[in-house]
Design a protein around this ligand. Structure first.
Ligand SMILES: [Mg+2]
Ligand SMILES: [Zn+2]
Length: 188
């Protein structure tokens, strides 16, 4: 599962470079704990244009991300876009690059990924990568983003309920067997 950072895993403090201001969203700690216990890989896919704009230094961003892991536990992958809209990169959401990159690190197909976010850009990136998108709206989420979302959840607890229910119902793919992984196979 791939999570947006700001407004999804932690409270959105625009262009935050101060680790002391990191505060988990309600239910985040429990949701991630349940996923890890179920052996679901967890990753972060985050736009950090504050770096391109010179509002946050790469070092400050690293410190904030380290604080996120201190509070929420380790993530299996971090995919971060430090560009801005005008840079023409392929990773800044709504582009699919971050989702594709995180999936590659996790050695899964983007089609097997769920992207959780709080705005339309997150859902567009999921769609563009072929992943399932689940929107968890906040007060900042615009009504049209909620209307257009493929799926809307109340909070992270609701997200995890949905995903773990689906996982338990799905057949286990052959390539997910431990021996397949040991052979270096992937589900690409
Ligand atoms: Mg966000
Ligand atoms: Zn980028």
């Amino acid at each position: 599962m791939l999570f947006d950072r700001d407004g999804t895993l932690i409270r959105d403090v625009p262009y935050n470079g101060d680790p002391r201001l990191v505060e988990p969203m309600p239910g985040a700690t429990e949701a991630l704990g349940r996923l890890r216990r179920a052996d679901v890989p967890v990753a972060v896919v985050t736009n950090q244009s504050g770096v391109a704009r010179g509002l946050v230094t790469p070092d400050e961003m690293d410190q904030v991300n380290a604080r996120v892991e201190e509070l929420l536990g380790p993530f299996d992958a971090w995919a971060i876009c430090v560009h801005d809209d005008g840079d023409g990169c392929t990773c800044r959401k709504p582009a699919p690059g971050l989702v594709i990159r995180a999936a590659a690190v996790l050695d899964v197909s983007p089609r097997d990924c769920v992207v959780v976010g709080d705005i339309g850009r997150d859902m567009a990136a999921a769609r563009a990568a072929g992943a399932r998108g689940i929107l968890v709206p906040t007060k900042e989420t615009r009504p049209e983003e909620i209307d257009e979302a493929p799926e809307v959840a109340d909070d992270l607890t609701d997200v995890v309920e949905r995903v773990l229910n689906d996982v338990s119902e799905a057949p286990v793919p052959a390539a997910a067997a431990p021996w397949a992984r040991a052979m270096g196979w992937s589900r690409w």
